[in-house]
Design a protein around this ligand. Sequence first.
Ligand code: GLA
Length: 359
Amino acid sequence: MTFSSFAPGRVELLGNHTDYNEGVILSAAINLGITAVGNPRSDHRINLSSSGNPDATVVGDPAMFEPSHGWANYPLGVVKTLTLAGHSIRGFEAHFESNLPTGTGLSSSAALEVAAGSLLRKMFALDIEPMELARICRRAENDFVGVNCGLLDPASSVFGRRDHAIFLDCRTESLTLIPIPSGAALLLIHSGVKHELTGGEYNNRREACFAAAAQLGIPALRDTTSPAVEISNLPDEIKRRALHITGENERVFHAADFLRAGDLVSFGRLMTASHESSRVNFENSTPELDTLVKLAVATDGIYGARLTGGGFGGAIVALADPDLMDEASESIISRYHALTAHQGIAYRCTIGDGAILAA
Ligand code: GLA
């Protein structure tokens, strides 16, 4: 019998690097993602394939991250994590197809893990709640692949819903869906400079946030506010890192209210403020992302723009008026090229369903 799953990429609307600080996030699943098709085997052999990538075969429990397995480490990490959690996985065949660009900050790695996890959940009738599936995928990435990311990516890929933003509280792990008003569309523009999370910068920022919380004597940066951080005697660099997180949490709460009220102009302003904080406080932007945001916010039909995801390259997300979006996108890309010689790529994606709703 053949089984299939689909797991989308996600766009982070606001709440940058707040997930591992037990903070809050607004995100959305997009209509681009990864489809997995497979069937169980009667032995313990795992055969993984993906168009354009080398196949991988493992017999028995995948022991550890194996560089030669490349992309297949993500599904293998999910197998390993499921096994460690006490689920019984036999051998299987699985083929993955993606229409999600990699290196954009749209979370192709989480989509691959969630596609694998959802497929195995169906194939072996595993008793796993959706939030547990998201946690398992995060653990696979943390412990097997070795990237210390938070819950944002897998939770968005699991729970997304068409035309809705996801409000995720990473402390309580509770999630609410907020309808996106009809006059809003998302424009993603890749800067042409790849985003790499394995580069060590992500883990550096994470350490800086934990150091700030420890020095403030609180469990996590979720437990303080921007005014309190301002008057603290944290050293300058750590203070700026902390201010980014407290500011992002505050912006997410305000933005959720603006979204519910249909106030896209105020929502957009918070996105642009978030980018400014990335640039100045968290220093996870790049000159190319800064240029794209600057051009975007000066363009008719754009409510606001910011980098999306980890940073250090990748894409910006802009909140746009759907009627003006095509023109805005062309104008941003041509001015970006004239200024930087980089070729920006626009993705006009819509907000789609997550793995639990998708077929
Ligand atoms: C990456 C990580 C997420 C999150 C974002 C920044 O996408 O995978 O867990 O930390 O960066 O918000």
